[in-house]
Design a binder for this molecule. Structure first.
Ligand code: CP
Ligand code: NVA
Length: 305
């Protein structure tokens, strides 16, 4: 069996809907162990802090009948100079699947290349595929379909936006993006998304105009302005992003039944106001819980293929 990695959300393009359906079934049978996972061990290497990803993955593997080992690079030989390549070879002799939250997508790629077991990207500088599985499970539950619906993303051209661009294109969902000038998504991701969108019929628009982007959106989403590792840019970013706050005034232009999404953690009063985050439109805590169910979907899927 050839191992399957989940480094980019594109890696499951052909099976995206299958994973969403599987996640939904696993959500309904929450405590049922799965034979494909029983007795298996998942390593979880985290170079950056995490609340949702760590807890959802650890709970997921436990409920499915396997075990999780949390690995902090500071406590590993990797933190003292053992190479990523050697770490990959050693860990794949013992573990059945590895999740990795990394500063660098280059290290993510190296870990995957030199490992014989599936590697799951638990966030890096380029993408956050596990989050997109949870987001689209939530959209499926709340709206029922992807194609023909419109998402709007107001905020930073970061890892979340890269994965959102690809997922909208893959599922036929329209996406209207508004970022401040200089914080647009990477050209490479826009081009990839546009090319997939040509096949699926999804409409992708990139602009610097949040009011226009939000017009008639079924889903309004955002993310932190300052991602992990960007702390030095905090002052400059907070200034540039102020007109891009998701607040009640901005969301007036959205569809009247819009849902508000955020991968969390939220910096309330910055990228989103309490008024929106705690409104009837907000699905942020259902989205957070769905990290558990969709991670289970991803684990079962990767260990079965
Ligand atoms: N959304 C998300 O990945 O949250 P954590 O950083 O808490 O894992
Ligand atoms: N863009 C954020 C997502 C956190 C889940 C970051 O990388 O810090």
């Amino acid at each position: 069996m050839v191992k399957r990695d989940l480094l980019s959300i594109q890696d499951v393009r052909d099976d995206f809907n299958e994973i969403i359906e599987l996640s939904l079934r696993l959500k309904r049978s929450r405590y049922q162990k799965q034979s494909v996972v029983e007795g298996r061990t998942m390593g979880m290497i985290f170079e950056k802090p995490s609340t949702r990803t760590r807890v959802s993955l650890e709970t997921a593997i436990h409920q499915l009948g396997g075990n999780g080992i949390y690995l902090n690079p500071n406590d590993m030989q990797m933190g003292r100079g053992e190479t990523v390549e050697d770490t990959a070879r050693v860990l794949s002799g013992m573990l059945d699947i590895i999740t990795y939250r990394a500063f660098s997508s280059e290290n993510m790629r190296k870990l995957a290349e030199h490992s014989s077991v599936p590697i799951v990207n638990a966030l890096d500088d380029r993408e956050h595929p596990l989050q997109l599985l949870a987001d689209f499970l939530t959209i499926y539950e709340k709206i029922g379909k992807f194609s023909g619906k419109k998402m709007c993303y107001v905020g930073d051209g970061n890892n979340m936006l890269n994965s959102t661009l690809l997922t909208c294109a893959m599922t036929g969902m329209d996406l209207s993006v508004a970022t401040p000038k200089g914080y647009e998504p990477k050209k490479e991701y826009v081009e990839k998304a546009m090319s997939i969108a040509r096949e699926t019929g999804s409409k992708i628009e990139i602009s610097n105009d949040p009011v226009k982007a939000v017009e008639n959106a079924n889903i309004v989403s955002t993310d932190v302005w300052v991602s992990m590792g960007e702390e030095k840019e905090k002052a400059a970013k907070e200034k540039a992003f102020l007109p891009y706050q998701v607040n009640s005034k901005l969301t007036e232009g959205a569809d009247k039944n819009f849902i508000f999404m955020h991968c969390l953690p939220a910096h309330r009063g910055l990228e989103v106001t309490d008024e929106v985050a705690d409104s009837v439109h907000s699905v942020i805590f259902q989205e957070a819980e769905n990290r558990l169910h969709s991670s289970k979907g991803a684990i079962v899927y990767l260990l079965s293929h």
